[in-house]
Design a protein around this ligand. Structure first.
Ligand code: B12
Ligand code: SF4
Length: 467
């Protein structure tokens, strides 16, 4: 039986360029420790296909290199499997290099980064093969071809080096859906270790019920084609989480969980019918919810809704193709609070066209909405997004490609087309967090709502580190 190890590398952190140094430190150290679902899915799939699979979540277990090597020496995999997003590519790369020095087996890398920069990634000798895009069919085919010493140039969606050149094979069509594969192999994960600063009951896990999003916000790179799961299939995974793993809280990580209202109501019906007792949270947009849905969600255990609000400036919202009327946002927040659901808002400053006035408007809206929590980011264009492609055309520079090639550092990123200086942007970020979290009314409300000593300590440490 062929042995492979998935390694989720340590110190997975959000990128510094979204925050000021202080806020970044607080967020990246305290905020979230979650499973890597993409790899957990592939682990379950490979096992079903007869591979012997090890999963090392060196991130949540905070493993040192020696501990990772010890686990590898114990299991003796023939291939090491890594995943990367663009933001953490250089960090992942240094772990791959380090680990390969002491456990020298071929490395296969996949993940969202590979879909954008396959050739650049394969310029590094420590990486032997790349899987571009979906791994469902490509990874088992690649491993089998390698095992059988077949010609891997026949395998769609891979890249590798041959005679010193990077070869990229034909693209792999994306037709496998989340219903065609086994549930993520949570039995291989240290479920009890996952946590977020806002979670109320452990163990927690994450779930994803739709791939892609039909909206076309110009700062986003998500596929516009949707691959969804049925309500029954979603609820079967929820049941497995509760009954097999004792999970008490689930974070649904779909970009817009309520996009299909009919499916949403069906999920709610099934949760109620089956009497499933767990807390959950979702991400969505204000134009994809209504009062009835929110009330039903609260009854079924939804404890938090994360709304992407982004900016208060209508011109900017229009320019990023996200013109949700302010009244709609106000209504969604009001209905959620009425239903007793915690409301979290995501905002960005430094979007193309942002001025002092528009940023101040955004900060004011953040406070006016009376949300429970906010996350305020400096805007950084992600590769493959419309805005990024536009900037590339305009400047002739491709920051993320240069970063992948090791020519620039994350700190070298420069905001573009905004009418405030980088220092002013940092000052606004700092001001925004203070305006929101240091309001006497807010502090008082939060102190009244604290249910445990653990929650109080977490809140206090988060608040103090913003100072
Ligand atoms: C959940 C999530 C998170 C979570 C948890 C991350 C975790 N522990 O894995 C949190 C909130 C922490 C997070 C943070 C961030 N995220 Co995020 N996140 C997601 C999200 C919504 C779902 C990921 C998921 O489970 N997908 C479902 C699985 C099935 O898909 P997948 O992971 O892509 O895996 C498939 C393939 O990529 C491939 N594959 C993946 N791994 C491997 C490994 C091997 C060996 C092989 C062969 C194949 C392979 O096969 C899989 C099956 O087909 C995605 C968007 C999305 N819908 O995918 C964004 C996404 C991954 N995040 C993204 C970004 C930018 C970030 C942040 C930088 C955001 C920020 N501003 O701070 C941070 C970075 C933090 C970090 N260091 O990881 C981008 C990455 C873009 C890019 N170019 O790389 C995405 C794609 C969203 C987007 N469209 O912009 N994120
Ligand atoms: S930002 Fe959210 S709503 Fe907009 S396209 Fe991306 S995933 Fe969809």
């Amino acid at each position: 039986m062929m042995k492979v190890s998935f390694i989720y590398t340590p110190n997975q952190r959000v990128n510094r360029c979204y925050y000021t140094e202080k806020i970044w430190k607080n967020y990246s150290e305290n905020a979230i420790q979650l499973p890597n679902l993409g790899m957990a899915y592939l682990a379950g799939l490979l096992r079903e296909k007869g591979f012997d699979v090890q999963f090392i979540d060196a991130n949540v277990l905070n493993l040192a290199k020696e501990e990772i090597i010890a686990r590898l020496n114990d299991f003796k995999p023939e291939y090491l499997l890594y995943s990367s997003i663009t933001d953490n590519f250089q960090d992942t790369l240094s772990w791959i290099e380090e680990i390969k020095q002491d456990y020298n087996k071929p490395v296969i890398i996949g993940g969202p980064h590979m879909e954008i920069f396959p050739e650049e990634t394969l310029t590094y000798d420590c990486i032997d093969y790349g899987v571009i895009g979906d791994g469902w069919e490509t990874l088992p085919e690649l491993l089998s071809a390698l095992n059988d010493k077949k010609d891997i140039s026949e395998v769609k969606g891979v890249c590798f080096r041959k005679d010193g050149k990077v070869v990229v094979t034909d693209p792999r069509p994306k037709h496998v859906g989340l219903e065609d594969v086994p549930f993520p192999a949570r039995d291989l994960l240290p479920n009890e270790k996952y946590d977020t600063v806002l979670s109320k009951k452990r163990p927690i896990t994450t779930m994803i019920t739709t791939l892609g999003c039909p909206f076309r916000c110009t700062y986003c790179c998500t596929e516009t084609k949707i691959r969804s799961r049925s309500a029954e299939h979603i609820v079967a995974e929820i049941e497995e989480c509760i009954n097999r793993y004792g999970i008490k809280e689930i974070e649904f990580y779909d970009e817009t969980f309520t996009i299909d209202k009919k499916r949403m109501f069906k999920v709610l019906d099934l949760i109620e019918e089956k009497g499933l007792d767990f807390l959950w949270s979702i991400r969505t947009r204000a134009d994809c919810v209504n009062r009835e849905m929110i009330q039903r969600m609260a009854k079924a255990g939804c404890m938090r809704i994360n709304y992407g609000i982004e900016s208060a400036d209508e011109k900017i919202l229009e320019s990023i193709n996200r013109d949700i009327p302010p009244q709609m946002i106000k209504d969604a927040v009001k209905w959620s609070r009425e239903a007793g659901i915690t409301v979290f808002g995501f905002f960005m400053i430094g979007l193309p066209g942002d001025t002092k006035e528009s940023i101040e408007k955004t900060l004011d809206l953040m406070v006016e909405l009376d949300l429970d929590f906010v996350q305020l980011n400096k805007f950084v264009p992600i590769p493959k997004s419309e805005i990024y492609e536009d900037i590339k055309r305009d400047t002739g520079e491709d920051f993320w490609r240069d970063y992948t090639l090791g020519k620039v550092d994350l700190g070298d990123f420069k905001p573009y087309r905004i009418h405030v200086s980088p220092q002013e942007l940092d000052d606004y970020l700092d001001k925004g967090y203070k305006m929101f979290y240091y309001r006497p009314k807010y502090i008082w409300q939060k102190l009244l709502s604290v249910r445990s000593f653990r929650e109080l300590c977490r809140m206090a440490s988060a608040a103090l580190s913003l100072k």
